[in-house]
Design a protein around this ligand. Structure first.
Ligand code: NAD
Length: 388
């Protein structure tokens, strides 16, 4: 072979990537964990790059499991597993309610996103996702940015939410719009009008979603009460909107119309419940209820709750559009997120009729859709983006 040909062969990027993938998959180890109620749970390790990850696939009756990849330094493996399992199950319900032809899954990488997240680690994880042949599709999540997803994409096509013209990018805008519509549904239910003029909304967490949400709320005329553990971010937002600031451990005690948790999960718990002085809770955080029974306690206290997996589905709706045949179209995602308002109003009605919590009503609706395969995927997903 001439040296020119040899050079061409070595530089062919597709072949280089295939060789890299082959190499990466050789050092991966998969351990199947048997978890009742879950279709497939895998512990994935790669000692060479220091990867320990969990890919949890809860249910694929309606379509392939789609869920973000969380990168976090968990205290131990069990804590990581618990997080992955809870989040994966939530994704099944979220996708079922939103009728996206998708199942539920989630992955976690046990690593500090600030100090341990390397391209090698992300690529090894991508190689593991590729090995599942499309059963699981990953996306950004806490600790994992759209730029990180771009690196994962080098090893697998089964990703969504890339900063790429054929992809949907950051889901935060769509999540925030869905939450805003959800807050309007709450106000409609409480006051017979969805106007937010003069309504007090206390927002916990001003990150990707929270900072966009408060902008929508501001322009709709709401009075904002804000908190964040990032003091600089908090004061910048409060200044921008002339909003009231409170300490992070005060926000759930604020007297308001709506408390919007937009930070971490578990905020509705034994300690916070007796301290709530809000009329309703509606925010983007995942797993807001520390335990399922807390939904009944909210109902008993007369606090209207917008189930998190319904109100925060805007981002999932957005990424789901990009795997349709026609490719990504933000206008379709916008309409889907817009209708979170109607879905929530129906859920409040169902809960009333059945004398149950809104959480239970939403779970029953999702179970019904899964049981009768309503919204099951017919056309297999198409991945329109490329690896560069
Ligand atoms: P983010 O990391 O960008 O923002 C979280 C914000 O909360 C940060 O500003 C952080 O400083 C603050 N925070 C953390 N702990 C806090 C506390 N105890 N008190 C007050 N502030 C605190 O995350 P995000 O993308 O905005 O997502 C927020 C929540 O919504 C997460 O639970 C996430 O899983 C969920 N969610 C996000 C999306 C999305 O599209 N990004 C979609 C669905 C659900």
């Amino acid at each position: 072979m001439s040296s020119q040909l040899l050079e061409k062969k070595v530089q062919d990027p597709k072949k280089q990537l295939a060789a890299l993938l082959h190499e990466a998959q050789k050092s991966l180890q998969f351990e199947k964990l048997h978890i009742k109620g879950y279709e497939k749970v895998l512990k994935v390790t790669d000692k060479k790059v220091g990867l320990t990850a969990i890919i949890a696939i809860h249910n694929t009756l309606l379509g392939p499991a789609l869920g973000g990849t969380r990168i976090r330094s968990y205290p131990n493996f069990d804590a990581a597993l618990e997080d992955a399992l809870r989040l994966a199950k939530g994704m099944t319900y979220k996708a079922a309610i939103a009728e996206l032809g998708l199942g539920g899954g989630k992955s976690v990488i046990m690593a500090d996103p600030k100090t341990e997240k390397t391209p090698e680690l992300l690529m090894a994880f991508g190689a593991a996702v590729e090995k599942l042949g499309g059963l699981y599709i990953c996306a950004e999540d806490m600790g994992c940015t759209t730029e990180d997803v771009k690196i994962i994409r080098k090893m697998t096509q089964y990703v969504v939410g890339l900063p790429h013209h054929n992809s949907s990018g950051d889901p935060g805008f769509f999540t925030a719009w869905g939450v805003f519509r959800g807050i309007q549904s709450i106000v409609k239910r409480l006051y017979m009008s969805d106007s937010l003029e003069g309504k007090k909304v206390a927002v916990q967490g001003l990150g990707n979603v929270g900072k966009i949400l408060i902008d929508h709320l501001f322009w709709a005329g709401a009075d904002l009460i804000l908190t964040d553990i990032d003091a600089e971010r908090l004061s910048a937002c409060a200044k921008k909107y002339r909003a009231k600031m409170v300490a992070p451990d005060e926000i759930w005690k604020v007297e308001c119309d709506v408390f919007a948790p937009c930070a971490t999960g578990g905020i509705i718990n034994d300690q916070t419940l007796p301290e709530f002085r809000c009329k309703a809770i509606a925010g983007c955080a995942n797993n807001q209820l520390a335990q399922d029974h807390h939904a009944n306690e909210l109902k008993a206290r007369g606090i209207l709750y917008a189930p998190d997996f319904v109100i925060n589905a805007g981002g999932l709706m957005n990424v789901a559009i990009e795997i349709e045949d026609e490719g990504y179209n933000p206008r379709i995602a916008r309409y889907k997120a817009h209708h979170i308002y109607d879905t929530l109003l129906a859920i409040y009605d169902m809960a009333d009729k059945n004398h149950e919590s809104t959480q239970q009503a939403a779970l029953s609706l999702a179970d019904y859709r899964i049981k009768y395969a309503i919204g099951k995927r017919v056309i297999p997903p198409t991945f329109h983006h490329s690896a560069e």
